[in-house]
Design a protein around this ligand. Sequence first.
Ligand SMILES: Cc1cc2nc3c(=O)[nH]c(=O)nc-3n(C[C@H](O)[C@H](O)[C@H](O)COP(=O)(O)OP(=O)(O)OC[C@H]3O[C@@H](n4cnc5c(N)ncnc54)[C@H](O)[C@@H]3O)c2cc1C
Length: 505
Amino acid sequence: MTGVLPVGIADHVIDELLAICGDDGVRVDRPARVNRTRVPAPFRVHRWAEHVPDVVVLPRSTEQTAEVVRLANRERIPVVPRAAGTGLTDGATPLRHGILLDVKRMNQIRDIDLVDRTVTVGPGISMLKLNEVLRPHGVIYPDDPASYPCSMVGGRIGTGGWSLIGARYGHTRDLVMSMTVVLPTGDVVQVGEGGGRKLRKASTGFSLKQLFMGHEGTLGVVTEATLELVPRPEVEFAAFFGYPDYRTAYASTGALAKSGFATLAGVVLFDEWKLAYLRRDDEAYIEQPESLRAVVALAAYGNRDEVTPAARALMRIGRETGGDYLGDEVSQGDWAARHDRYAIPLHGRAPDGQVVPMSWHCEDAALNYSVLPQVREEWHAIVARHRERYGIFDDWGMFAYTNGAYKPWGDYLVEIDVGIWEQRLDDEAWEGWVNCKREITEVTLKYGGSISACHGASREGDVEYVPTELGGAFDVMKQIKRTLDPNNVMNPGKYLLDQAYEETP
Ligand SMILES: Cc1cc2nc3c(=O)[nH]c(=O)nc-3n(C[C@H](O)[C@H](O)[C@H](O)COP(=O)(O)OP(=O)(O)OC[C@H]3O[C@@H](n4cnc5c(N)ncnc54)[C@H](O)[C@@H]3O)c2cc1C
């Protein structure tokens, strides 16, 4: 990342951007551009300069955003939307430089409707901030990722995010009712039930809302969203159970997840690699005996009259299926730590045990319950082989989390977390890591899973398999992309969608 970082955009374009967004809404200085180059996933630091945007714009409104995108479309300049930049699949990384459209100044709460239970916001607000404002009203917006304090509504929509309490309340795609979208040509549309009205269910026309869920900024920029509100839960109950082996914990997870309690907000199974990682030095995980080889956590949210009897029954199921209750201190403390557990990048270990700074990479497949044990074995074997060969990877373990929206018998988000020593990533080691991802992905598809349950699949090592997973639906994606974005200006290079422009229509 040495040398000059040229601004590869004509002066007259910068002048027009200044006229649209004002002096404080356009940044060409080096820190502003470099700071928006990457996301927290492992990065080829020796190739940093390849991804620096030419200019950063910070529009304040739908109108300014539309004018920026119209200009970009006219001049054929790439536009990459960025919210908090916490996405883990390079979605907000500008692969071809161009305009980085930072949405964080569109952070207004425009309308809180307590009668019909909706809130309308700009895309630059985080769930933490929104819920602080909603708190006195007795309602919450229940999208609860581990990145809750920082990730923003725009990015949650861009990635089709997954909520830790999704078994009770649903995930981002269920909780966003409608949106204002600036299309790649600069046109503005409303999408959602009834053409973007404040409705949960209508049947006029196509269900376009889902098209803009998880598109990773390739189909436009969301500038406003109307979200579901639910009553603030009176009680949040959490219980952690310990097990002597994975198989027992797995069976117990199934029994708990299928118990049918509507208050059940999440069930998560941690394997022994994850426990070893937590034991290493995460103080949130209070010391436990070595005989503990797996942990299952559950959480129930809702009114006291529902949660109290459900909690009693869930405790019984946990114990009867071989679980050892780990006590209130661990249960409440650890559940409360769910928002900061992974913000610990310095806990990597070299093979000789030396502490080294590592960034965190995770593969987040969606899988059926039935295949979890086989996938776990095969994934760990892949990572172990690559660790041995390259010495710069660290296996941070696996967890599996039921993801059913309103139905606790849903399938699972299954994640393997790998620490990566970025400073040692030269081209050869990068290729090794990408191959490791490829092998993990092949196992996912072999067992009938999806490459990603929430992060998206636009990174090298995943993205090559998108056409395999989607089959003919990927051709439909390309047709949609070409139709909505005739000049390929919205986040080009992502999701292999450049192929849409290589084929004769
Ligand atoms: C510690 C940590 C924990 C995490 N835990 C979870 C978790 O539990 N669940 C989960 O789902 N994810 C999790 N993630 C991943 C990440 O937080 C999510 O992917 C999140 O949805 C990204 O939001 P963001 O605001 O950071 O978006 P960004 O990273 O800025 O953007 C993500 C994508 O959305 C696009 N985008 C952004 N804004 C807009 C817009 N206004 N219009 C159109 N496209 C847009 C971007 O171009 C990009 O492709 C975690 C990440 C970290 C670092």
